[in-house]
Design a protein around this ligand. Sequence first.
Ligand SMILES: N[C@@H](CCC(=O)N[C@@H](CS)C(=O)NCC(=O)O)C(=O)O
Length: 225
Amino acid sequence: MANKNMFLWWGSGSAPCWRPMIVLAEKGLWENLPNKQISFSNKEHKGEEILKLNPRGQVPTFKDGNVVVNESGAVCMYLEEKYSDDSNRLFPTKADERAEVYQRMFETTNVQSNISEKLVYYLFRTKKEDIDEKILKEKTDNAREELNRWNTILGDKDYLCGSKFTMADVFFYPILAFLVRCGTKLTNQPALKKYYDRVSERPSVQATWPPHWKESEGQGQLKEL
Ligand SMILES: N[C@@H](CCC(=O)N[C@@H](CS)C(=O)NCC(=O)O)C(=O)O
């Protein structure tokens, strides 16, 4: 088994962890992968086992034999280079087509900053009575604009870069799923909603679905988005 020398430490619901998990599943390496789901509340990511491989004390933390890679994007790229075959490549072979995949992969940082960091964390971290309605409206409008942009990018395509699932989807989908978990229904972004439903059914996504999401509902912070 190609994965017997691998080990992945991961946390449930973490978009950075979910990305390499999806890649592993796409390559048939997730099943029976030596792994440990860590508990954030027990601070297991700050334990010695992880710190000696990843001094930042974060997940994902990943090793494959003597190769240690921890940044989620780096793990994805490593797995892609080492374990792809024609049946499971996540990049097109032509540079011109790859350019679009790179563009969307790196463009996902805008979703992270414009929606997760500016709006979701504001709602998570501010006491209800301290929420400033004007600031909240600005943040919500900005987040909606970001979602609309991705709705336009998708248009009538099945996946972000066309008819094939690519690394761009691996980078983007876990953040989108987090936003849906936080309550957004994507009512005003129909292309994004169809995309969300399509990718959610994908076997690699189903196999790696965050365990605690199966057990409880999200808190609905983004139901007004
Ligand atoms: N840039 C890193 C970020 C990893 C990251 O932020 N992981 C979070 C979980 S989502 C974590 O371990 N947080 C705990 C901490 O930073 O102490 C990556 O993409 O892999």
